[in-house]
Design a protein around this ligand. Sequence first.
Ligand code: CA
Length: 223
Amino acid sequence: MRVLIVEDDPLLQDSLQRAMRASGYAADQAMDGEAALRMMGGDCFDLVILDLGLPRLDGLSVLRHMRAEGCRSPVLILTARDGVEDRVRGLDLGADDYLTKPFSLAELEARARALLRRGKGSGPRIGCGGLDYDTVERHALVDGVPLELSARELSVLEALLFRMGRVVSKEQLLESLYGHGEEASVNAIEVYVHRLRKKLEPAGVAIRTLRGLGYLLEKTPSP
Ligand code: CA
């Protein structure tokens, strides 16, 4: 999952980016409205966290431009406490949710999860073989027992589950795991997939490698 954080306050920007990365999302940043639009031009983000008070181009203008250009990414706007009108205008312009500053990171993370889930058109639970994935809590259970996963492994699993039945390329995995400027490598992806494959084996879930194409998550065929 790939998140763009548009916020001009460096401290808040930094803590948002840390929180998103700790959750295993690829997080990119833009410090002003023009930079945000530039970044959205070439990339489709799974979520945009958008501050409204921004230099160069304010958040509402960013939102209007991106929707006019057909970008459907879910948008969570950040507004000042007294910004009722801004919130209303933001929602009218196609924002999906809002948070009033100051907010807790826990609340932001919960809202972000909800929007990411909705953006993928997924229900609260996804099952495959003996695996049961809770998209709200981001917990995986195998036959009722919690599966221990690192943040990166969790991200790989989500990317595969949200596209179940379809092949996910290594490039797509790279994009959903790493932000711009983060050291990323195909080798690392292969390592995460390898570890995840071992952990999913007891659940009767296989990650099939389709050479040159990518990976496919599926129930292990019965013998
Ligand atoms: Ca601001």
